[in-house]
Design a protein around this ligand. Sequence first.
Ligand SMILES: Nc1ncnc2c1ncn2[C@@H]1O[C@H](COP(=O)(O)OP(=O)(O)O)[C@@H](O)[C@H]1O
Ligand SMILES: [Mg+2]
Length: 372
Amino acid sequence: MEFRKSLKQAYYIGIMSGSSLDGIDVALADFSSSSPSLLHTLYLPYDQSLRDQLLSLHHSENDELHRAAMLGNTLARCYAQAVSNLLHKNKLKSTDISAIGCHGQTIRHCPQLGMGYTIQLGNSALLAELTGITVVSDFRSRDIAAGGQGAPIVPIFHQMLFQNPKVHRVIVNIGGISNVTNLMPGKEVTGFDCGPGNLLMDAWCLRHTGQSYDENGKWAKLGTIIPSVLERLTTLQFFSLPPPKSTGRELFNMLWLESCLSGNERPVDVQATLLQLTITTIVKSILINFPDVMEIYLCGGGARNGELVSGLQVAFLGKKVETTDTLGINADWLEAFAFAWLSRQTILKIPSNLCSITGAKGERILGAIYHA
Ligand SMILES: Nc1ncnc2c1ncn2[C@@H]1O[C@H](COP(=O)(O)OP(=O)(O)O)[C@@H](O)[C@H]1O
Ligand SMILES: [Mg+2]
């Protein structure tokens, strides 16, 4: 009985809502054994109205503090509903869960201002109140306070799951923004944000087709890459900056995209060009920084875009390019799984930033705790 109780102490829930603004990924994880297991998952898509409200908070507008606080409450209710569904489906009670790791929804990410800041919405006090479960959130601020980028922070989880003592691997997470983690045998883990993953493709697709994303890259496949536009896009200074670096919608948004267009392009050709931009920036990031990599594993929603995956496979000819599914971790759930694990690190008071990636001046315990 005591054994069973201690097992339950290792149940954690991770909640991820990333920069794609597609919705909420929830993962129930068990960390009672040396190899973490993902027990159950749940996805709650955002409706267009919620997505629009979140988008409008990415820049300064009327009464934004009030609107951000109210939207934080809305998100907490959505997160709590998702947790309740997950518990119900698994016949678990809130007291069975050690903690929820809730990333929150990023609306501003400005680490580059020196002592900058990052803001993830989602009222964690309310989430703890509604679920009766301890909530860990605000995972990025401490790293930024220590001089880091506050991102990417999942690479330490990639390292734990995927580092191989003999094979040089790179993990590519293709969310709204894409980021790479370099796992070289016997070497310090490195990595950085490479640029846009899905967010520009999603926004352009929504505007011109009414669909929130280009399923499997089918629409992009009908277009022709416009070399002059691709060149204008890729000359953005961010791409040539050395790591550490992280980014978000501050840089990669529709205004920037429009500034690189003449307005006479066929929408389908722009979509093909945006798909190529994601491929090119990932490929360059890897070939310039980690040319000897043998195996590349993709995760995040972009790993489900067949055109994107085959474009990467062609560009990396001679190297293995697969999704993390091949390594036994479903590419769709890796980030939510990671936030479950990161919350456990916080509860156990173990640092989880990698200074070699974020540039912080030291290891830090990440996150703020709202006790049950
Ligand atoms: N079948 C698919 N075809 C093309 N794109 C897809 C597919 N499935 C997911 N995506 C893309 O993945 C995005 C969600 O990825 P996700 O990893 O959740 O990103 P984030 O962490 O930024 O929320 C969607 O917005 C969409 O662009
Ligand atoms: Mg998402």
